[in-house]
Design a protein around this ligand. Sequence first.
Ligand SMILES: *Cc1c(COP(=O)(O)O)cnc(C)c1O
Length: 387
Amino acid sequence: MIAIPYSRQLIEDDDIAAVESVLRSNWLTQGPTVGSFEQAVVEYCGARFACAISNATAGLHLACLALGLERGGRLWTSPITFVASANCARYCGATVDFIDIDPRTYCLSIEALEAKLEDAEHHGRLPDIIVGVDFAGQPCDWNRLIALKARYGFRLIEDAAHSFGAEYRGKRTGSFAGVDCTVFSFHPVKILTTGEGGMVLTNDPALYSALKLLRSHGITREPELLHRQEEGAWYYEQQMLGYNYRMSDVSAALGLSQLAKVDRFIARRRQIATRYDEMLAEYEVVRPWQTPEGRSSYHLYPVLLSDPAVRHQVFDHLRERGIHVQVHYIPVHLQPDYMRNGFARGDFPIAETYYERTLSLPVHAAMTDDEQALVVSELHSAIQQAG
Ligand SMILES: *Cc1c(COP(=O)(O)O)cnc(C)c1O
């Protein structure tokens, strides 16, 4: 039985050896390997600071807290994302609103954002934070987002769960000056994995200190940070209410080993995407458009089918043949838990139409050329049968 997932991890012998060596050491929880992994990511991305965390959802929560989001605050993001990009606001007691997507990049639309900001300024309801999601691995138009930040005074979080190693204007995600925090996910379907895990990058030393405190109960032992005089070698202080969102050294060992070959993983994803572009040129599908300013890391390869009925039939056909296509995403505002909070069908029409036609084809570093050829030929027969 064939089974081609839309994405999956690629674990090799050296990854297993790296994890084994930590398992044989004295230190399993957050320790020296977490520090080494953070340093390696900082160097790879060209950022100043990195804080490893238990998963990207926790990272988004911490980024919101570090940026001061609280009850009554406002966070805006794209409806075409995983729910975590929006839920982080609600953990802080803040409210969520959405910006419709750009019909070409499927990232949040800068034009829609400009119009919404103008209106919000008029009504005294400007957002505190905007979360830009680098959808499918393609960076948002960060320069324009940063220009709007300068004009309206909100803070920027880059949800880079899809876009580790992607580039925008020649720089890697995580390094853009003007983005306050960048959050990566190391879930197994993402670009590199630690099992569960994530990382928050920032160039701001104050945000970095806040992130580190918040990730571990709000507790510090660092002598220069203590509020009171140390009472003995046992002494530590809880200085704010924090969480246990730490990464373990076991996970970090896997991350460090994966990072050493992430260029190969991304190159393979790009190669598969280029091949899809060529192989699908003749088909009745819309291929994912790429901005000349960026270079996607291709977490996803989403195509648009001609209409919702065809998408449904093609999805079922491919799934029946063991090709595990997926739909990314059901618009967040249409989730029951969001509709209960006042959102309705028709609120973000471009996102809704996109959702009804989209299908993510398999793309991952472990996929073979033969598997890709099979996906394309099955897609071809599925479209013919549906049409
Ligand atoms: C996967 C994902 C997350 C959450 O990542 P976890 O590490 O699983 O918490 C957040 N945002 C987006 C866009 C994602 O794809």
